[in-house]
Design a protein around this ligand. Structure first.
Ligand code: T46
Length: 136
């Protein structure tokens, strides 16, 4: 899938534990404008169900695990995030659904822009139409 990939994050571990650093231009492929995290989730309560016209994001399960289905309008793929040493990069114009949250899951998201509700596409039919128009 062109606009979506797993990024392996370098972890610095020693007898005290482990540390991962996220740096713009190094392991984060966009300028960071916002960070948020999703927690207190329920296994059987999925989230997402939208695409973004221009937002790029990196999703990191810093605790626990969850699954993310991404769909570019032609094919879909399911990724499992279960380690703080891996991030899922999702570019613009990708439908996403998050599900199967484990107990205690904390999903941290790094975003290329501020929260802009008008930039969401929350209807799947509209998402497909926007792709036919060239995206966005
Ligand atoms: C995404 C996936 C991975 C804000 O006020 N500011 C924010 O920065 C965000 C992200 C959300 N909100 C408010 C809007 C809603 O009232 O928080 C509430 C829950 O947001 P939403 O229903 O969009 O949450 P998810 O989990 O369905 O989707 C979120 C992100 O919105 C989205 O960009 O890609 O996580």
């Amino acid at each position: 899938m062109d606009n979506c990939r797993i990024i392996e994050l370098k972890s610095f571990g020693d007898e005290r534990g482990s540390l991962v650093a996220l740096e713009m231009g190094h392991n984060v492929p966009f300028d960071i404008k916002r960070v948020y995290y999703i927690y207190d989730t329920k296994r059987n309560v999925p989230r997402g169900f939208h695409a973004h016209k221009s937002l790029e994001q990196m999703l990191i399960c810093v605790s626990g695990s969850c699954k993310i289905k991404v769909d570019d309008g032609r094919k879909e793929e399911v990724f499992e995030l279960s380690s703080p040493e891996f991030a899922l990069y999702i570019g613009k114009n990708m439908w996403r659904e998050m599900f199967n949250f484990s107990q205690g899951c904390v999903l941290m998201v790094i975003a290329s822009d501020y929260y802009k509700p008008e930039e969401y596409i929350r209807d799947y039919g509209e998402f497909i139409k926007s792709l036919e128009r060239g995206g966005g």
